[in-house]
Design a protein around this ligand. Structure first.
Ligand code: MLT
Length: 276
């Protein structure tokens, strides 16, 4: 059994620029971040990847936990010989980013938490995950997409943002049923990290869609209040996938954070030996 699994990934932008690793949400793929790659790649080194079981990525053997997704992320940084990177995760990607900084604070130069939360699932949420697994097994990913898209975008936006909805639908349908079921189980048993937020010393940006129904702005405000010095940007008119619904506003917030984060440092934290 191979562990960790080095994720299949894409690298854009200049080699010596500051690295940013984007971690997608459930059940999307690295393409969730296409609008951020386009906007940032002239100035930053952008790494996107498919988490286990998402898109064409293999599921790996046996049960999945957020812990193993963190192991895969560390394997990716090691493979790219990056001592540190800014980690930007949305929703499930945010659960991975939060556990990453908890376990490996020295590997995270800046933290961006989008449409996510620090708390673990409630009992009710865990029961819903089980219902989701049953539904995927019975009806497949297209049915999941039909149910999920109005929740992700908001009912009104589903009819007014057809390109964004189709873009996310394609990613959901590319994800294997088994990969999605494993991810649901992993999210159901994730840790509650809310008590750990106060110990984060890394500069942190939190972004949330003002109409996010899955991880509502209150969750982000609690994180903002708990993480020392964290900044929160709420994006009007965006639901749960704020980077796709309102890419311009999202990119503006991200770029401003990255400029401030990196202006005092020299570019590219590359592991010893990687420059040779
Ligand atoms: C996601 O977008 O990654 C998921 O909706 C997160 C979750 O279900 O908790």
């Amino acid at each position: 059994m191979e562990h960790p699994l080095l994720p299949s990934h894409s690298v854009h932008g200049p080699d010596a620029a500051w690295p940013i690793v984007f971690v997608h949400g459930f059940p999307f793929t690295r393409h969730q971040w296409d609008a951020q790659v386009a906007a940032l790649q002239a100035q930053y080194r952008i790494i996107t990847y498919d988490m286990r079981g998402h898109g064409p990525a293999p599921t790996g053997d046996g049960p999945l936990m957020i812990e193993f997704l963190v192991d895969d992320l560390v394997a990716l940084l090691d493979h790219l010989e990056l001592e540190q990177a800014t980690i930007c995760g949305l929703s499930m990607g945010g659960y991975v980013a939060l556990r990453m900084i908890d376990r490996h604070p020295d590997r995270v130069h800046g933290l961006v938490l989008c449409d996510t939360r620090a708390e673990a699932d409630s009992n009710e949420a865990r029961i819903k995950r089980a219902e989701g697994i049953r539904a995927i097994r019975a009806d497949g990913m297209a049915a999941l997409a039909n149910n999920l898209l109005p929740v992700l975008f908001g009912k009104q936006a589903v009819s007014s943002n057809e390109p964004g909805v189709q873009f996310i639908r394609k990613q959901i349908e590319e994800t294997r049923p088994e990969g999605a079921c494993q991810a649901l189980a992993a999210m159901a048993c994730r840790l509650d990290l809310s008590e750990r937020l106060a110990s984060i010393e890394t500069p942190t940006l939190i972004v949330v869609g003002a109409e996010d129904a899955l991880t509502p702005p209150e969750d982000s405000r609690r994180m903002r209040d708990a993480i020392p010095g964290a900044r929160l940007v709420e994006i009007p008119g965006a639901g749960h996938v704020s980077n796709v619904a309102r890419p311009d506003e999202f990119n503006e917030a991200l770029l401003q954070f990255l400029r401030e984060l990196n202006e005092e440092d020299s570019p590219g934290r590359v592991a010893e030996g990687a420059r040779a």
